[in-house]
Write a protein that binds this ligand. Structure first.
Ligand code: NAP
Ligand code: MG
Length: 487
């Protein structure tokens, strides 16, 4: 086991507290999940998925191609026409409910696999990702027979077959965000998970089998970006839902132009987290930590830009540094770990590039002094001060544990800076004054804005972006809309 960096202060440290991984067994190889069965890719090709904390191969998964996509879309179409669209909403809801219950039953296994495959701390996969994934299925199970109340006065019907593509930062949770509303509304699905984190989506396929979900209602095609492109380009889809980078989102939008396929895009973000001088500073510092260091900063709605009122800058930065020094970076399976491994070598390189770019642009870098394991991909919690609005580290999404700190004097200046990026996904505000909260939440053009808290998620609450952060909403009643036809 890797020794975690557990030294806090000088003498006191935490003993390692690793979560065990011996209560389940992963297979060495996984197939694609098509028509209710696991099958190899037509090409016979496979990809390796590795553990970013130790660079070891965990399993091999099938590398799906065009032929596999065609088979999966066909299976989804057959299931849609013959079974799923005809089933009553009440019956569909029962399947979703069963899936939610099995996710709960297998929660420990799912949490450990999520942390092994993606590098996130076990505390987060155990307490956030997996319970929220189950909650999404419970919530949407309830909508199954109530869709006419969601859209009063309208006749509601499903759309058809949905192609869904998800990223690597919240692998199972993104499966839930995508699949639960689609199925609740009577659609069938072909989903492609990210190349680096396919395992919990594969376990989810097993869960669908275990729940007795009719074959073909949910299909999974593992693979890389080209597999995702093959899915998007398949003419048999009625709807595409994509979560990922703005760059790939734009490419998908181009390739769907002129086709009748509906599209929703959940893309990147560069949220402003605004701290006013009247805020409770100690709580705000916890909010900043949660905003940018949760899940190694691999969070589309991360509070990656801190805007702090000039009069409290020194206090905030001093307290932030002290709190950051207590963060433990290391083994994702250790229950003491605050910050796990960076998800992949590619993402690790990208973050290190941005650290260089920031310094070259003239910003001042602070990183904590904690030790990190030798093997694996690690970044110490970091922030930049002396940054300008035009700096790339302020304008571009880093998707790592790197914060850019700016100051402001007036509320209007804060709003102007907050809105001055191409993104509009989320934001945050800390103040004692309710009136300021309303001014800020109205003034920032973003889909979600948290007040005196940050990174809170709930299946009943819609999530999504403006500007280059995409369009369409997931969660809540708004999240049903992209999956239904109204007349
Ligand atoms: P990405 O490179 O865009 O990949 C997302 C997914 O698309 C992956 O499954 C990827 O496969 C696939 N893909 C890649 N190229 C494709 C193509 N040409 N056609 C179709 N699919 C393709 O993004 P990422 O780096 O995985 O994820 C990070 C990004 O996601 C960040 O920008 C983040 O902000 C965003 N994100 C947004 C939200 C939201 O709700 N707004 C939530 C989470 C993440 P491979 O993995 O095999 O490359
Ligand atoms: Mg992996």
């Amino acid at each position: 086991m890797t020794k975690t960096s557990t030294t806090i202060g000088s003498d006191w440290g935490y003993a390692p507290a690793p979560e065990s991984a011996d209560h389940f067994k992963l297979k060495d190889q996984y197939g694609l999940f098509i028509g209710g069965k696991f099958v190899p890719a037509a090409s016979g090709k496979r990809l390796k998925t590795i553990n970013p904390a130790n660079e070891k191969v965990i399993a091999e998964v099938a590398d799906g191609g065009e032929k596999d996509v065609a088979k999966a879309v066909q299976a989804a179409r057959t299931a849609y026409d013959k079974v799923w669209r005809k089933m009553s909403g009440r019956e569909r809801g029962k399947y979703l409910y069963r899936i939610a219950r099995i996710i709960q039953e297998r929660a420990r296994e799912l949490a450990v696999v999520e942390s092994m495959d993606g590098g996130k701390p076990i505390r987060e996969s155990r307490d956030v990702d997996i319970p929220l994934a189950a909650a999404h299925f419970f919530y949407h199970a309830g909508w199954g027979d109530k869709l006419r109340y969601a859209f009063p006065g309208k006749s509601v019907s499903p759309i058809g077959v949905a192609g869904q593509i998800i990223p690597w930062n919240f692998p199972l949770l993104m499966v839930a965000w995508k699949v639960a509303p689609a199925l609740a509304c009577g659609n069938t699905v072909v989903l492609k998970p990210a190349e680096t984190t396919p395992l919990t989506a594969l376990l989810f396929s097993e869960i669908c089998q275990e729940a007795g979900l009719p074959e073909g209602v949910f299909n999974l095609i593992t693979g890389a970006g080209s597999t995702g492109a093959a899915l998007v380009n398949h003419p048999g889809l009625d709807k595409v839902a994509f979560t990922g980078s703005t760059e790939v989102g734009k490419a998908i939008q181009k390739s769907l132009a002129g086709r009748g396929t509906r599209l929703t895009l959940e893309l990147g973000g560069k949220a402003a987290h605004i701290i006013f001088e009247d805020a409770t500073i100690d709580q705000a510092v916890e909010g900043i930590i949660n905003g940018i260091y949760f899940n190694q900063g691999h969070v589309c709605c991360a509070g990656s830009r801190l805007l702090v009122q000039e009069s409290v800058e020194e206090e905030v930065v001093t307290k932030l540094k002290a709190r950051m020094e207590s963060l433990i970076v290391g083994d994702p399976l250790d229950k003491n770990t605050d910050i796990g491994a960076i998800n992949s070598k590619a993402q690790w390189d990208r973050i290190r590039d941005y650290l260089k770019i920031g310094e070259e642009e003239g910003a001042e870098l602070f990183q904590t002094k904690c030790s990190v394991p030798e093997k694996g991909y690690w970044i110490r919690p970091s922030f930049f001060t002396r940054v300008a609005q035009s700096h790339r580290i302020v304008q571009e999404e880093i998707f790592g544990p790197v914060l850019a700190i700016q100051t402001f004097r007036t509320l209007n200046e804060a709003l102007e800076k907050a809105n001055n990026t191409p993104y509009g996904l989320s934001g945050g505000v800390w103040t004692d004054k309710g009136a300021k909260i309303f001014k800020v939440t109205r003034g920032i053009r973003a889909g979600v804005i948290w007040a005196n808290t940050f990174n809170k998620f709930d299946p009943t609450s819609p999530f999504g972006g403006y500007k280059e952060s995409g369009y369409g909403r997931e969660g809540g009643r708004h999240g049903l809309r992209p999956y239904v036809e109204l007349s």
